[in-house]
Design a protein around this ligand. Structure first.
Ligand code: NAD
Ligand code: ZN
Length: 341
């Protein structure tokens, strides 16, 4: 089969031929139809310090996918051949305290497909049946291929009650933009999204009813005044990994405000803790999706009017994967989807 592989420990990815994976008794084989390119895949392409410490070579990359089940392991009784699906790319252990308590997303033994294990950028993927998420007819394969990052957005946005609240999202990357759409969908009052990249802010307004703020040019306080907010935002969703954005968020939150942090800073970043203490702010770190609660809620919202399709800005056949990665690296794209069939 065709597979997009990290074949050598240097910059790039290569289209290779690999054997179709053999499945175990508890696995399924999925024929891949569409995949999404993630920021993680760019780190792996660039072979930065994180990637070279984390990713074994050779490895088939990719973890955002949708496809169809074509083979069932002998113990798999609750799925069918022909079932369209996406799936959770975090493979969890069953031994940790958290896992045994049913909090699968907190399992410290988690391994990621396309990062630690063979991934989804291939014609076929082996996945534990446990990780499969069937797709209803209303959710097509291109949306199916972006459910992993939509799940990050949903997990973060639903960390705190947003009904009637004023929400500040820092970072209008694909995940920040999708989080804005979720915040709107669940009934936030004002949703303000910041970035320093105007193209991304423009994209945000094509996906959700949000107030875009280019913080390189505009002051947040002025926007708050315009929106009639007196004491600041109730909830902050940090989606940039940028220190300045986090400082700005703390500065513009109400007393007792709440922050969900998804963005990953490039290294250690200093935090003004006394500001957090005196403002009585609650901070929650968010990792991945809440397995499988996020998947249930996300699919239900998509079936009930949540629309994130406009976040997909580029579509390529997989033979043009280099163009897809170039679009991602330009910093102007939303989600880039590759077709495998
Ligand atoms: P992205 O890099 O595409 O988007 C980040 C955006 O932040 C960019 O548009 C950038 O211009 C903007 N930005 C930079 N400085 C800013 C500032 N001072 N103020 C406001 N915006 C600023 O990332 P993405 O794919 O949308 O992912 C969002 C973040 O979430 C990333 O940091 C990513 O690494 C992280 N992430 C975390 C998890 C997790 O499990 N915790 C999972 C996926 C992604
Ligand atoms: Zn991803």
């Amino acid at each position: 089969m065709k597979a997009l592989c990290k074949s050598e420990p240097r910059e790039g990815l290569w289209m290779t031929r690999a054997p179709v994976p053999e499945i175990g008794p508890d696995d399924v084989l999925i024929r891949i139809n569409k995949t999404g390119i993630c920021g993680t895949d760019i780190h792996i392409w660039n072979w930065d310090e994180w990637a070279s410490k984390t990713v074994p070579v050779p490895l088939i990359t990719g973890h955002e996918f949708a496809g169809e089940i074509v083979e069932l392991g002998r113990n798999v009784t609750d799925l069918e051949i022909g079932q369209r699906c996406s799936g959770e790319g975090h493979l969890i252990g069953r031994h940790s305290r958290q896992s045994r308590a049913g909090k699968f997303h907190l399992d410290p033994e988690t391994r990621g497909i396309g990062v630690n294990e063979q991934g989804a950028f291939a014609e076929y993927l082996r996945l534990p049946a446990f990780n499969v998420v069937p797709l209803p007819d209303e959710i097509d394969d291109e949306i199916g291929a972006i459910l992993d990052p939509l799940g990050n957005a949903v997990h973060t946005a639903l960390s705190f009650d947003l009904v009637g609240e004023d929400v500040l999202i820092t970072g209008a990357g694909p995940i920040g933009i999708m989080a804005a759409a979720v915040a709107r969908h669940v009934g936030a009052r004002n949703v303000v999204i910041t970035d320093i990249n105007q193209a991304r802010l423009d994209l945000a307004t094509r996906v959700a009813d949000v107030v875009p703020v280019n913080v390189a040019q505009e002051d947040l306080k002025g926007i708050e005044k315009r929106l009639g907010m007196k004491e600041g935002f109730d909830v902050g969703l940090e989606m940039s990994g940028n220190q300045i954005a986090l400082d700005q968020m703390v500065e513009n939150l109400v007393m007792g405000g709440r922050i969900a942090l998804l963005g990953i800073p490039p290294g250690k970043s200093p935090v003004d803790w006394s500001r957090i203490v005196f403002k009585a702010i609650t901070i929650k770190g968010v990792y991945g999706r809440e397995i499988f609660e996020t998947w249930y809620k996300m699919i239900a919202m998509l079936q009930n009017g949540l629309d994130v399709r406009n976040v997909i800005t580029h579509r390529f056949g997989v033979d043009d994967f280099e163009a897809g990665f170039a679009a991602m690296k330009s910093g102007e794209a939303g989600k880039v989807v590759l077709s495998w069939r």
